[in-house]
Write a protein that binds this ligand. Structure first.
Ligand SMILES: *Cc1c(COP(=O)(O)O)cnc(C)c1O
Length: 223
């Protein structure tokens, strides 16, 4: 990994989000899935706002190696209820909560946890996220159990089509606003600009910072 290149890309990204932010500061979550713990350590050194990881086993072993909890780790991948307990000491923000069973297990294992409700805003099959019509009830369920719902999270359309991306992100922003939520986690390497224009507050960026991932599929939905 060329550290100075990553530092340069991060500086550019910071400038992009500073200029493009529509609703207050936009946080940068550096997605390190597929890379080794040295890339997590690099993201830490460079002062990213958050680390994004997708896989339970992987994040546990990497955080064990780097041995620190700053910046906070955001879990952004498909989540199984039975993994929550073992991730509790590692994950600070749970971005991929998309069903009642996950809400209930999270409330039980990590009282007061910070979380997002993930919505499948593009109505694609086999994609993480609840249906748009279920966001409000999941938010209510989480709040009722004392969880701290920070916002709504979504992945843009797999097609990458800019019109569909904008439509999806605008709908996510609207859902968050309707529920009084400031947070909107949307925008990845390929669609950051649209996400900014539609009012994201947190972008999740991997390849645009670190280059191609070595060991996992680039498709965020494939485990
Ligand atoms: C992998 C992943 C990202 C980062 O994707 P890039 O295209 O590398 O920026 C963001 N969000 C989620 C949910 C992911 O799985």
């Amino acid at each position: 990994m060329d550290e100075s290149a990553v530092a340069r890309r991060l500086a550019n990204l910071r400038e992009t989000v500073r200029i493009g932010a529509r609703r207050g500061p936009v946080s940068i979550c550096a997605v390190t899935k597929g890379f080794g713990s040295e890339v997590v350590a690099l993201a830490q050194r460079l002062g990213c706002d958050a680390i994004g990881e997708n896989y339970a086993q992987e994040v546990q072993s990497k955080i064990a190696e780097v041995g620190t909890h700053h910046p906070p780790v955001h879990f952004i991948g498909r989540l199984q209820s039975n993994k929550i307990r073992s991730l509790a000491g590692v994950v600070a923000v749970w971005q991929s909560i998309d069903r009642a069973s996950l809400v209930d297990e999270l409330a039980k294992r990590v009282p007061g946890a910070r979380m997002f409700v993930q919505v499948n805003a593009t109505d694609e099959v086999d994609k993480g996220g609840c249906r748009p019509g279920d966001v409000a009830s999941l938010v209510r369920r989480a709040r009722d159990q004392g969880l701290l719902v920070e916002g709504v999270m979504a992945v843009g359309p797999t097609s990458g089509d800019p019109v569909a991306t904008r439509r999806a992100f605008a709908s996510v922003r609207r859902m968050a606003d309707d529920l009084g939520l400031e947070g909107c986690s949307m925008g990845m390497s390929g669609d950051i600009d649209i996400a900014l224009e539609e009012g994201t507050t947190l972008v999740r960026v991997g390849t645009a910072l670190f280059g191609e991932r070595p060991s996992v599929s680039r498709n965020p939905e494939v485990i």
